[in-house]
Design a binder for this molecule. Structure first.
Ligand code: GLU
Length: 422
């Protein structure tokens, strides 16, 4: 998703720090503890020499940031995108720490990324780059250290290559529990592919109850049509809502009579984009975000809702499928407008929750039905929704502040109980 020019200077790590600062102030956290949480525990930057199809060598830069592991091994995705920066990966790893704490699963936070444009690379080039990256980070990842997963522009295919490379390097035939989001045939979990969207739809269901919204009357706008955007909107549509506008990195479309998600997903699969989908009008990204609707789902990249457009947003609920789509200034504006934001660290936690289920199944070599996965996800994320919602009413703060507060409390408790070594 292309972001408007005014967004380009916003540094996600500074956004993450500001959120942490605000939560620390309310919790009266001491400076030392704040400092521990403000920096990743370990950051690895690697150069990835890759043989391209024309015989030349290209050296890509990759990162893995391990933010905190007081509650369990680091956990978080790997993204492939030309705009990846170290500060972005650091921010995303901090948000993973909060996300796992809110989901109350035994993981800390991590995130990785490679600066590359996967859309312009062949399958063979992607495989060579991915395997070399897996080798370069192989000493700091592992089933009890750091368990990667998919993120923007990565999926089962990349996870399979990483699993295979890691297993080969470690001399084990298979070690599926080193990574999640794998294809089913090599130890992936049923339901993982849809899990981010499914979890988001469960949180929307609860938020709608809180706001007295009948989902059958609800209209939905979705920004971004990758894995999270597609399944979020499809599963919200299944609750009776009407999707009236959608976008991807190529453009945005609107039809106030409703757009069938099955049809749009099929069209995207066949043509590579949603642009050109019949029976819909083309609009700009800015117009999309400002379209009047009941539920807005940002499912693209960071910094989409800022102090430049927050005031123009006409919705009742924002459910963040993307990580970091809303800036702190925008959060305050939306709060004043009484828009209920289901923050990323809660709304999209279904992905990492089912990653946890996948890891458990891998460790036991014992696999669950899709129904069991979905039921356990529902129970888990619904509980998290109310944990955050109750914190928001108790402290009289917006939902993101409540989510950060709750997460910081849980992580700090673990750090304090474990103590500092030596
Ligand atoms: N990349 C996803 C996220 O941001 C999934 C992480 C995981 O499953 O470990 O939550």
């Amino acid at each position: 998703m292309s972001s408007s020019n005014f967004n380009e200077k916003i540094n996600p790590y500074e956004v993450a720090l500001q959120q942490l600062q605000e939560a620390s102030k309310i919790l009266n956290l001491d400076n030392g503890m704040f400092e521990i949480l403000s920096k990743p525990k370990r950051i690895l930057t690697v150069s990835i020499p890759t043989r391209m199809d024309d015989g030349s060598i290209k050296v890509f830069t990759g990162f893995r940031s391990q933010h905190n592991d007081a509650r369990g091994p680091h956990k978080g995705g790997i993204r492939y995108h030309p705009d990846v920066t170290l500060d972005e990966v650091k921010a995303l790893s901090m948000w993973m720490t909060w996300k796992c704490a809110i989901a109350n699963i035994p993981y800390g936070g991590g995130k990785g990324g490679i600066i590359c444009n996967p859309k312009q690379m062949s399958e063979n080039e992607l495989e060579r780059m991915t395997r070399r990256f897996a080798y370069l980070i192989s000493d700091i990842i592992g089933p009890y250290r750091d368990i990667p997963a998919p993120d923007v522009y990565t999926g089962g295919k990349e996870m399979a290559w990483i699993m295979d490379t890691y297993s080969t390097l470690k001399g084990n035939y298979v070690q599926p529990e080193v990574i999640t989001g794998k294809p089913i045939a090599i130890g992936g979990s049923l339901g993982r592919n849809e899990a981010t969207g499914r979890g988001l739809a469960y949180t929307v269901r609860e938020a709608a109850k809180k706001r007295g919204i009948d989902m059958k009357q609800a209209t939905v706008v979705v920004q971004g049509f990758g894995n999270a955007g597609q399944f979020s909107s499809k599963l919200v549509e299944e609750q009776g809502a009407k999707i009236i506008a959608a976008s991807d990195s190529q453009g945005a479309i609107i039809n106030t009579n409703g757009i069938s998600m099955d049809a749009l997903m099929k069209f995207k699969k066949e043509t590579g984009s949603i642009v050109g989908f019949g029976n819909a009008k083309s609009i700009t990204n800015d117009e999309l975000l400002e379209t009047e609707c009941t539920i807005l789902i940002p499912a693209a990249l960071e910094n989409q809702i800022t102090n430049h457009n927050a005031d123009k947003i006409k919705t009742q609920i924002i459910a963040e499928a993307a990580n970091g789509p809303t800036t702190p200034e925008a959060d305050e504006i939306l709060y004043k407008k009484d828009i209920l934001v289901i923050p990323d660290v809660l709304a999209n936690g279904g992905g990492v929750t089912v990653s946890y289920f996948e890891w458990l199944q891998n460790l036991r070599r014992d696999y669950w039905t899709e129904e069991e996965v979905n039921n356990r996800l529902d129970i888990n994320i619904t509980k998290s929704f109310y944990d955050v919602y109750d914190t928001h009413t108790k402290y009289n703060v917006h939902m993101r502040k409540a989510a950060t507060l709750l997460a910081v409390q849980r992580v700090v408790e673990a750090i304090n109980i474990r103590g500092l070594w030596p």
